[in-house]
Write a protein that binds this ligand. Sequence first.
Ligand SMILES: *Cc1c(COP(=O)(O)O)cnc(C)c1O
Length: 372
Amino acid sequence: MSKNFGPEYVRAIAPYQAGKPISEVAREFGLDEASIVKLASNENPYGVPESAKTAMAAAAADLGRYPDANGFELKAALSERYDVPADWITLGNGSNDILEIAAHAFVEKGQAIVYSQYSFAVYALATQGLGARAIVVPAKDYGHDLDAMAAAIDADTRLVFIANPNNPTGTFIGAAEIEAFLKKVPANVVVVLDEAYNEYLSPENQYESAAWVKQYPNLLVSRTFSKAYGLAGLRVGFAIAQPALTDLMNRIRQPFNVNSLAQAAAIAALNDKDFLEQGARNNAAGYQQFVEAFQQMGLEYVPSFGNFVLVKVGKDLAAGARVNLALLKQGVIVRPVGNYGLPEWLRISIGLPQENAILISALQKALASDRE
Ligand SMILES: *Cc1c(COP(=O)(O)O)cnc(C)c1O
């Protein structure tokens, strides 16, 4: 159909598969929207913090104006929180925007980008959208093999994507290993450390990546308000990097990429410590709920450091799709990960305790009928 339009490398892109919206599942399966449980997109099950709702209501009065293109107040708040100058920060329309901007700012067509097998789908999309070359490094125990990734960097490589914790597998790399990797990477290769799930890490796993940015001029740390902060629908994320990288990011960035409501809500959420702490505690409890159920059901899962778990629901290559369909019929939306090369698995976001319970019982039913 679009055979004659666009470059070949754009035509070759497999479009991103998002989690199914609740309204679509309701229509498709004849279900009541209110009865549907969505555990598909790693959103915060507690939704938008009250503090952010109040801030947005106040900001709504000014929506006739363009947003602050420089995001002054949000950057000031982030600068204080992470102890870096405000001009080391780039705001993004979600951190997805940050990842795309980085690829466009630092890589040209034909150059290479290194990322891991089973890592975030947007890395492949950003690479392909540029006509850059992907160097996909085989995973180790479903996570990043940093030694192999360092070894895979060639003369044309300009960027490395690392997700920590990783999506869709939930694996985590400790601080010492990341730092050893940063020491090995050539100075002209940008390392994008994507920490979308950082806020869910327990205190003993936390590390100061913003401090590494001071030491490594080629490091860019990417964060988001979509997951632990509960603002996925607003689209706001940010990057921390030294001015040499940040300056280029800002040339590529659309001037008004983060809207006024998002800027106001992000400042409020950033200062809402209770919301974050409670969310992390609830997430840890939900993780236990899942893990105990999976063990009881005899299901293999990958130990997760995020707000989701990757679980193996069968042995054949159609198992994930089949069990996913059986769950959809029961009004439970999860994420099949066949597009990640994991067709026997499903990725399930951790929800409210009662949502987790619904998922567990729906999964038991789905597996029982699948084995008949
Ligand atoms: C969800 C996610 C993001 C991006 O989320 P945004 O909503 O665009 O901020 C980035 N990286 C990883 C690994 C994710 O899972």
